[in-house]
Write a protein that binds this ligand. Structure first.
Ligand SMILES: Cc1ncc(COP(=O)(O)O)c(C=O)c1O
Length: 345
């Protein structure tokens, strides 16, 4: 099987497993795991932040961020296709009593004024007050697009003048960094909290991190325990994540080249199938409106042909490239996908 469902499907490499075996561990709930402690400090520094908190998942890091930024009965603003809105199963409401309103974005690209237009920083006691705005970079359901830095900067200016915090869902900020050469600490300047994932393009089996001020991380640490996310000798996982940061970051460029190869050959079948402008990193979003098959039918036929893909909407199919795919597998996938799409026109 050639697995294009997600960049989360990668398996640890032998060198990553070796790094795990060599890790010096301790009980992290007691703050004793030196691998975790050093790694949290290291990643925080990369983003110009004071402190980090290793978490089991990106969703947990996002939810801890929202928990420390927004109080019960207050509001988060986010893009309508944001992961925190669509894929965390209402956690902000369920776990933290946060209400969410969404703004729409052309092709999921942040428009600072449009986003900020919804903000109501001091609306109480009759309306809900906005406390935070989330930005996703790269944008998963937006097809891996990179958010423009000038819009981030503008939103930061508008939000801080109103006392509203910005959270970055940076599960794939690594891809944005590699594609643009914008330093990670440059992104760090504009966000009060940042979540990053090691279990996607960087290839770790498990692990994410929340980054912020020491004060906010101390509060998030308490909430992580309360949510059942305190882990013990978790240096084993932090070592894998650190190996991913140290050794796999530059190779994300290859994932981006592979996504481009797939996208261009699909566009050559019918340009309506994929918006090439939005293929900026490792995700290719297919719009199947111009063919008779729906996404689950295309996915089923490709599966029968040895290719796994992600049908994420009736007419939306997602392909994601990652480090466990060889050049040869990308060529095979490209040919089989093109053959199927040509026959379905
Ligand atoms: C943009 C984004 N944020 C957060 C997450 C959540 O990560 P996890 O699956 O580790 O909870 C994902 C997962 O795909 C994601 O794509």
């Amino acid at each position: 099987m050639i697995d294009l469902r997600s960049d989360t499907v990668t398996k640890p490499t032998p060198a990553m497993l070796e790094a795990m075996i060599q890790a010096k561990v301790g009980d992290d709930v007691y703050g004793d795991d030196e691998t975790v402690n050093a790694f949290e400090f290291k990643v925080a520094k990369l983003f110009g932040k004071e402190a980090g908190l290793f978490t089991s998942t990106g969703s947990q890091a996002n939810q801890l961020a929202l928990r420390v930024l927004v109080s019960q009965g207050e509001e988060l603003l986010a893009d309508e296709k944001a992961h925190v809105v669509r894929a965390e199963l209402g956690a902000a409401a369920v776990l933290s009593g946060i209400t969410t309103r969404t703004f729409s974005s052309q092709d999921s690209i942040l428009d600072a004024e449009r986003a900020f237009a919804l903000a109501a920083p001091d609306a109480g006691p009759y309306l809900v007050s906005t406390r935070a705005i989330a930005v996703e970079n790269t944008h998963n359901f937006g097809g891996g697009i990179i958010q423009p830095l000038d819009q981030i900067e503008k939103l930061h200016r508008l939000a801080s003048s109103a006392g509203i915090s910005l959270h970055l869902d940076g599960a794939r900020i690594w891809n944005a960094h590699v594609a643009t050469n914008i330093p990670l600490h440059e992104y760090g300047r504009f966000f009060e909290t940042i979540s990053v994932c090691f279990s996607k393009g960087l290839g770790a089996p498990i692990g994410s991190m929340l980054l912020s001020t020491s004060e906010k991380i101390a509060s998030a640490r308490t909430w992580r325990k309360r949510f059942g996310g305190g882990m013990r000798q978790v240096g084993l996982l932090a070592a894998a994540a650190e190996y991913g940061v140290d050794h796999h970051l530059p190779r994300l460029v290859t994932d981006h080249v592979h996504a481009r190869i797939l996208a261009e050959s699909i566009a050559s079948v019918d340009p309506r199938l994929v918006n090439l402008d939005s293929v900026q990193t490792n995700i290719v979003g297919l719009d199947l409106m111009s063919i008779s098959l729906n996404a689950s039918e295309v996915a089923a036929r490709l599966k029968a042909d040895g290719i796994l893909t992600g049908p994420l909407g009736p007419k939306y199919l997602r392909l994601v490239t990652h480090g466990d795919l060889s050049e040869e597998e990308i060529q095979i996938a490209k040919e089989r996908i093109v053959t199927l799409l040509q026959s379905a026109r």
